[in-house]
Design a protein around this ligand. Structure first.
Ligand SMILES: Cc1cc2nc3c(=O)[nH]c(=O)nc-3n(C[C@H](O)[C@H](O)[C@H](O)COP(=O)(O)O)c2cc1C
Length: 309
């Protein structure tokens, strides 16, 4: 019989039985995926970024297909933190799922308000702080595009959360140096980083002769961005070898996931691939196990960052 592979992983002080997670915004709070497989069979559900108040998102159309990818301008649509913590988190915990809550704010203070509410909700494994969204106090400039602003958000969240729940800062690749941003969030108290959010793009509709998306620009996801994710993960791992990285960006097979792991990711989130194939995460998990065994690994841990040796 083949030696079993230990797929378990950690992000800060949070432990997960497998390294495959949903990507924020791509599985809502997990209810749709639960029709296809038990949510406890994957590492964790990373929930859609939640804000303080209910939101409707951005104007339509909100999606465009692109070569090997997808452009979306859904915006941060959702029920608001109170309804989310009262309904979605208890439901996920009842399923035996581990939960990583993604939060997003329009101001630095809003993140701290969200963090305070999370601290008083038991059972949450980690917080993913989505700082790849616009700061209304600074001309809509994305928080994570500026090292100081990014650090101030994380500092605020850290102060409120205390030491128990790991904080992952989710960064945008649309910066000159993602390593500088990673360093500044770590100095501000992040336990790890989530790399990468979508890449800013645009599609022009040749019939209307105007931008296709209602929000004009959108976030590019899917296989088209995978080399950007691999590059970002590799660079951050090289500069900060002990920093836990949750990787994502265009992963749709076990081979893709392994590429991110070799670059330095301890966990991999699956986003766009789940839209076309709701069991993608489970299939990727099985493929990954096989690929690790074929290469002589007995644990995931041995493979993380292997490309740096
Ligand atoms: C429709 C859609 C909605 C998303 N919503 C969020 C979100 O609410 N918060 C967040 O941090 N990332 C969000 N993302 C980004 C994904 O979590 C992920 O970082 C990105 O899509 C790259 O992974 P993928 O290529 O596997 O989709 C969203 C992506 C898509 C496609």
């Amino acid at each position: 019989m083949a030696t079993p592979i230990d797929l378990s992983t950690t992000l800060g002080n949070a432990w997960f039985p497998t390294p495959l997670f949903t990507a924020s915004g791509c599985a809502s709070s997990g209810k749709e995926l639960a029709q296809f497989f038990p949510l406890k069979d994957i590492g964790a559900v990373v929930t859609k970024s939640v804000m303080t108040k209910p939101r409707h998102g951005r104007p339509t159309p909100r999606m465009a297909e692109t070569p090997s990818g997808m452009l979306n301008s859904i915006g941060l649509q959702g029920p608001g933190i109170d309804a989310f913590l009262a309904n979605d988190v208890p439901w996920l915990l009842q399923q035996g799922s581990r939960v990583i809550v993604s939060i997003a704010g329009e101001t630095i203070d809003e993140y701290s308000v969200l963090a305070r509410k999370i601290r008083s909700t038991p059972g949450i494994s980690a917080v993913e702080v989505n700082i790849s969204c616009p700061n209304v106090e600074n001309r809509g400039m994305v928080f994570a595009a500026d090292c100081d602003t990014a650090a101030r958000v994380i500092e605020g969240v850290r102060k409120v959360i205390g030491g128990e729940i790991p904080i992952l800062a989710k960064l945008t690749p649309d910066v000159t140096s993602i390593v500088d941003v990673a360093r500044s969030v770590v100095n501000a108290g992040a336990d790890g980083v989530a790399l990468i959010n979508t890449v800013l793009g645009m599609v022009i509709n040749l019939d209307t002769m105007r931008p296709h998306l209602g929000g004009k620009t959108g976030g590019l996801s899917g296989p088209a961005i995978r080399p950007i994710a691999v590059r970002a993960i590799f660079q951050v791992r090289e500069a900060l070898p002990n920093l836990p990285i949750l990787g994502m960006g265009g992963v749709s097979t076990g081979r893709d996931a392994l590429e991110l792991i070799f670059a330095g990711a301890s966990g991999v989130s699956i986003g766009t691939a789940s839209f076309g194939n709701p069991t993608a995460i489970i299939e990727i998990q099985n493929q990954l196990r096989e690929l690790l065994a074929q290469r002589g690994f007995t644990s995931l841990h041995q493979a993380v960052g292997y490309a740096h040796r």
